[in-house]
Ligand binder design. Structure first.
Ligand SMILES: [Zn+2]
Length: 289
């Protein structure tokens, strides 16, 4: 069966539970690490979908590269974990970075290699990079799928040089909790439909992840894993849809919904003096200590 962006892990029903200490959200029951990896490894994607996704992802990351080069530096050696179709690697190469990628998906990595990108098939632990090998590591929208985040972060810490940067984008556990509680309330009825649309456009209608980290929860595990100078920001995200995959009207509506969500979450951040980050997706940036 072919899968699209919203069909990663919808293979069984589960409850959502929330940690009372950090607020992160988890599936209960969750898959074992081994069965999680197996389910991603065999993911199959239609060639047309891969091809149609490549160009919009390249465009998205090309527009972000000036910021990343400014923060990481020129001539950097970098790694992307969960490199998918290779849009980030393509953009990083254009800006002169020496970039490696890895992904567990066999079909994904074959596709990325066909675009001339340097991609491994497997997990970070399989590959055994050298100590201090990279100036930066990027985990764009896949950290939430990693079954053992603690051991993954230890390994990222080992392959990053001291002061090297780590970027992670994830769905925000705080947003997921807030919205899923809200839409069950009576007062939510009049705006239930637009809220559901926002969830669908943000690929958060179902919970297809291993974990929905709250900013506090992710901050904690990063800190305990030897990362410092941790900053969290709201993201206007992320799920890329090409003109071949949806009509112009739908694309425009999607953009409008995600923009409104971003403006509202930025207003909350501003009014709470930076303490409340409630956007649907967030970016976390930190440094190896
Ligand atoms: Zn917790």
């Amino acid at each position: 069966m072919f899968k699209d962006q919203i069909h990663f892990m919808h293979i069984y029903d589960a409850r959502l539970i929330s940690c009372i200490v950090c607020g992160s959200v988890y599936r209960d029951p969750c898959l074992t690490p081994q069965s999680t990896l197996e389910s991603y490894r065999d993911d199959d994607y239609h060639d047309d979908w891969l091809e149609a996704s490549f160009e919009p992802y390249c465009r998205l990351f090309l527009s972000d590269m000036p910021r990343l080069v400014h923060q990481v530096g020129r001539d950097a050696r970098v790694l992307e974990i969960g490199s998918q179709v290779g849009g980030f690697q393509f953009a990083a190469k254009q800006y002169g970075w020496d970039v490696r990628g890895l992904d567990i998906g066999t079909k994904m990595t074959q596709f990325a290699r066909s675009k001339g990108l340097d991609v491994y098939t497997g997990t970070l632990h399989d590959i055994r990079f050298s100590d201090d090998e990279f100036d930066a590591v990027f985990v764009w929208s896949c950290f939430e799928m990693i079954p053992d985040p603690w051991s993954e972060l230890l390994e990222i810490h080992r392959v990053l040089r001291k002061g090297g940067k780590l970027y992670i984008t994830i769905p925000n556990g705080d947003f997921i909790k807030l919205v899923h509680r809200f839409i069950r309330q009576k007062i939510a009825m009049p705006i239930r439909e637009p809220v559901l649309k926002l969830l669908a456009y943000g690929i958060l209608l179902g919970f297809s992840f291993q974990a929905g980290y709250s900013p506090v929860g992710l901050n904690y595990i990063l800190n305990q894993s030897g990362f410092s100078r941790i900053s969290v920001k709201n993201l206007v995200y992320v799920p890329v849809t090409s003109a071949k995959q949806a009509s112009q009207k739908v694309l425009e509506e999607k953009e409008r919904y995600l923009k409104i969500a971003h403006i509202l979450s930025e207003a909350v951040r501003y009014l709470s003096l930076g303490r409340r980050i409630i956007g649907p997706w967030i970016e976390v940036r930190c440094e190896r200590f």
